[in-house]
Design a protein around this ligand. Structure first.
Ligand code: PAF
Length: 286
């Protein structure tokens, strides 16, 4: 079922809760690919009912980012969801979610602001306000759908840590289920933004996963100094890459690591042409 209003979702959820059914939520911005599908499959397996939200959330885009050109493919998204056994696809308009308020000014909207420590690094450094927008919309979706479980991809690992922190700090009664990154055979992590890459740029994009796999392999051979591990990245970078960050942080707390261990996650962001790509790996990942 495709619904566009909060009221329709609420009605449906009320019925399910009355029947004692568990509800899974997969929040997305649409342009669904195999990565999203893996989250949906997990939810359908684990929960009696699954809701997928499809909403390109305007308040998590910074000025000058790709809000207007972000791919919107609701018809295909709906087909994928239906085939995967999703019960409700919730695709609200910005007005349904925020009223007219945010269009006038952010001063007219209540925000959920995650802690500075988790935000002043990685993507949060260049995308100022991004995680305020993410936490605000995810909190709203939790309130609208009241899911027992919510499924998020490890691809956006900083987002996942921040959402878990929000759930804990605000005592939100939902279990966050992390799901592994899905990669093309080439190693490229799936992302809706891969659609922006030309054939040539897609080749350059392989540097991200190659750097991460190589660092993991160096770590498994005993190199633990993160400075030395970071040095190995340069062999994969050329004039087509603009490295935004390569950081070694604790996977749960996002604290910086000088010495790598099994719970270290390596985060990378690279701009290729105008396209900004991110990827990450846990050093103890199989
Ligand atoms: O990861 C995403 O696609 C978005 O940040 C999310 C969680 C759906 C919130 O808009």
């Amino acid at each position: 079922m495709l619904v566009h209003t909060i009221e329709e979702v609420r009605e449906q959820i009320k019925k399910w809760k009355k029947e004692g059914l568990t509800v899974g939520l997969v929040p997305t911005m649409g342009a669904l690919h195999a990565g999203h599908k893996s989250l949906i499959v997990k939810s359908v397996e684990k929960c009696d009912r699954t809701v997928v939200s499809v909403f390109v959330n305007p308040i998590q885009f910074c000025p000058g980012e790709d809000l207007d050109k972000y791919p919107r493919t609701l018809e295909e998204d709906y087909k994928l969801c239906e085939a995967a056994g999703v019960d409700v696809v919730f695709a609200p308009s910005p007005k349904e979610m925020y009223g007219e308020g945010h269009i006038l000014s952010n001063d007219f909207l209540t925000y959920v602001i995650p802690p500075y420590f988790y935000v002043n690094k990685l993507c949060g450094k260049s995308r100022v306000g991004h995680f305020d927008g993410v936490c605000t919309v995810v909190n709203k979706l939790f309130n609208i759908v009241q899911p027992d479980y919510a499924f998020f991809g490890q691809k956006d690992a900083q987002q996942l840590v921040i959402i878990r922190k929000m759930v804990k700090d605000l005592n939100i009664p939902v279990e966050v289920v992390p799901c592994p990154i899905v990669r093309e055979e080439s190693g490229l992590a799936l992302s809706s933004r891969n659609k922006y890459l030309s054939g040539e740029e897609k080749e350059y994009a392989l540097a991200l996963s190659k750097i991460l796999f190589n660092i993991k392999s160096c770590y498994s051979r005993g190199i633990v100094d993160t400075g030395a591990l970071a040095e190995t990245a340069y062999a994969y970078l050329n004039e087509h890459h603009s490295l935004e960050y390569l950081e070694f942080l604790d996977a749960d707390t996002l604290e910086e690591k000088q010495t790598a261990d099994d719970n270290t996650r390596v985060f990378i962001a690279v701009k290729i042409g105008t396209v900004r790509l991110i990827d990450n790996i846990l050093l103890s990942d199989k």
